[in-house]
Structure formats: structure tokens, C-alpha cells
Design a protein around this ligand. Structure first.
Ligand SMILES: Cc1cc2nc3c(=O)[nH]c(=O)nc-3n(C[C@H](O)[C@H](O)[C@H](O)COP(=O)(O)O)c2cc1C
Length: 299
């Protein structure tokens, strides 16, 4: 087991606690929120305490915190308290620097669209404009605001219902679905770190099929206790619905690939290791059926 540092949040200063929280709960998507005050001036600020929480109704929540240093509230919060409308714009790599610029603490009434050089486009259902350069924008009404405390650092949940979505067609595939590579979204980590969801960082995991796998506990001990197999490899194997029969396992010895590798292995231990290594390759290639036969043969 790894050594643990166990921390009571009450024992930390607010900046220390904040740093742990935002570094551990990461990456976080960014709501680039456009709001308007009651005299009609526009505000645009990013919030990474944000996510989508419901599809029916379509609900997104972001949190504008009270400032840790002086317990003041942010313009965005004050705006939605007076005019409960917001456009949540998605941030991609092409606008990440402009988004960061818009997060500077400009005085109330300063339009961060102007400061950051982003383009306002009138919304159709709400008063605040959307960001033309964003790949996706959600016009929302604010259903509820829930304050989480009254001290510096306390969040204010701004619960938004999506009334209209605008998706840049450059981000769609031929079937009209959002292509994650074309979106090129960025997310916030701790400190000054961001991350970019491109093909170097994204990978696919097929959803478990409608048939439920037997789980890691259903694998024989020599497989689940093997030091050569990682948790991720066992996780893949746990999707298998039933173990192969002894006859199916025996078939692996007819494979040329297996014969040629095993002919140099003299003792049982090294033969089993070779079979497990081959199974790992098959797992990496998503060939679960052959992987489990090789692993059973290594028993
Ligand atoms: C990427 C990013 C994410 C941020 N996330 C949050 C957040 O979740 N909550 C928050 O209160 N401030 C967050 N901030 C800071 C606000 O954007 C910043 O305080 C801004 O000046 C608030 O603007 P306003 O007073 O015009 O609303 C974030 C800043 C950046 C750059």
C-alpha cells in the first residue's frame, strides 16, 4: 500500500485547502459565462466549478465563489441575482488565452468581451450575448441560486436550465454528432495548469455490454493475483461473461505464434510468463477472447 497523507480540511488555511481541492478534482470543464447587469452592461468570466447534472430537464451548474481575500462577491453572481439569465460558452484551445484574459478582475461595468477581443453575438432567448468563437454555447435561464456559506471561499451554486444550444458545425461529424477531436476543449487543473483534450490525451473505453461480465472476482486466482497483470488489464477481463472451456483453452497450443514462443521455454514458470505476456498483448489489442484462453493456459 502507498503511504498516505491524511488531512483534516479544518487544519489548513483557505489557500492551502483550495490548492489541494482544485489540484485533486481535475481536470474541470470551463463555463465561460456571459451575463448582464440591470443597466444592460455585459460581463464575461470563466468558472471551472462547473458541470452538466441533468439531461431532462437539461441542467448545468457553476459556482461563483466569494473571494477568499475579502469575502466580496463576483459580478457574475450579482448579475444573475438581478437578471437570472446566462450564456454558458464552451472553451476550446483556440480561445484559451482570451478566456484567461477575461478572468482578470476588471471593475464592474467593464465588458470582458471587449477586453479579450471576443465577439458578441445576440442570443435568441436570453439577454446576455454568446461568444461567437466558442464551439458550443448554451442559452440558459437561472432557476435557482444556492449559497453554500457566507465566508470567503464559499461557493454559490448557479443552477441553469438550457433553453437553446448553438453548436459550430465545424465540430460535428457526418452523422451530426459532436466530434471530440474537432471540439478541442480545454479544462482547468490546479495551479496554473490546463489540459487539452486532443488525440494525445483522449482514449476510448467501450461501455460494458448489456450482458453483465463476471467481474474480477470471477477470474481464477492465478489470474487475479498475477503480478504481471495491472488493474486496468484485470478490469478488461472482468467484462468476460464466462470462462473458456478446457477444450477452448487447449486450442491455444495449436497456434503457430504460441508454439514458436514456447519452444524455447524449458520450465513451467517461464512458459506461463510467456503466455501471460502474450495475453497482455492480446488485451492491448482488445482481443479478450484469446487473452483469457492464454491466461487460463498459464494456470
Ligand atoms: C479557468 C478559470 C476558472 C475559474 N473558475 C472559477 C470558479 O469556478 N469560481 C470562481 O468563483 N472563480 C473562478 N475563476 C475566477 C473568475 O473567473 C474571476 O474571479 C473573475 O474575475 C470573476 O469575474 P466577475 O467578477 O466579472 O464575475 C476562474 C478563473 C479561470 C481563469
Amino acid at each position: 500500500m502507498n503511504d498516505l497523507k491524511t488531512i483534516d480540511p479544518k487544519s489548513l488555511s483557505l489557500p492551502e485547502l483550495h490548492a489541494y481541492l482544485i489540484s485533486a478534482v481535475a481536470p474541470r470543464p470551463i463555463a465561460f459565462a456571459s451575463t448582464m447587469n440591470d443597466s444592460g452592461s455585459v460581463n464575461l468570466s470563466p468558472f471551472s466549478f462547473f458541470n452538466v447534472f441533468s439531461s431532462n430537464p437539461p441542467i448545468m451548474i457553476f459556482s461563483a465563489s466569494r473571494r477568499g481575500r475579502d469575502n466580496t462577491t463576483k459580478d457574475t453572481l450579482e448579475n444573475v441575482q438581478k437578471r437570472p439569465e446566462v450564456v454558458i460558452n464552451v472553451v476550446n484551445y483556440a480561445i484559451v488565452e482570451q478566456m484567461s484574459l477575461a478572468s482578470a478582475e476588471y471593475p464592474q461595468g467593464v465588458n470582458e468581451f471587449t477586453k479579450s477581443g471576443l465577439t458578441e453575438v445576440p442570443s435568441l432567448k436570453v439577454a446576455p450575448p454568446r461568444v461567437a468563437e466558442s464551439p458550443v454555447s448554451f442559452e440558459c435561464k437561472v432557476n435557482k441560486i444556492i449559497p453554500l456559506g457566507n465566508k470567503g471561499g464559499a461557493g454559490n451554486l448557479i443552477i441553469c436550465e438550457v433553453l437553446l444550444m448553438h453548436i459550430n458545425t465545424n465540430c460535428l461529424d457526418d452523422a451530426g454528432k459532436i466530434n471530440p477531436e474537432k471540439m478541442d476543449v480545454v479544462a482547468r487543473m490546479g495551479g496554473n495548469w490546463y489540459c487539452r483534450a486532443n488525440m494525445q490525451s483522449m482514449f476510448e473505453i467501450a461501455k460494458p455490454s448489456s450482458k453483465v461480465g463476471m467481474g474480477i472476482d470471477g477470474l481464477p486466482h492465478h489470474i487475479r493475483d498475477s503480478e504481471l497483470l495491472s488493474g486496468n488489464e484485470l478490469g478488461k477481463l472482468g467484462h468476460i461473461e464466462k470462462l473458456p472451456s478446457p477444450e477452448e483453452v487447449q486450442l491455444v497450443y495449436d497456434m503457430l505464434e504460441v508454439k514458436s514462443l514456447l519452444k524455447y521455454e524449458k520450465d513451467k514458470k517461464s512458459r506461463n510468463t510467456t503466455l501471460i505476456r502474450m495475453a497482455k498483448e492480446k488485451l492491448a489489442a482488445e482481443n479478450l477472447e484469446l487473452a483469457i484462453r492464454l491466461l487460463m493456459a498459464a494456470g
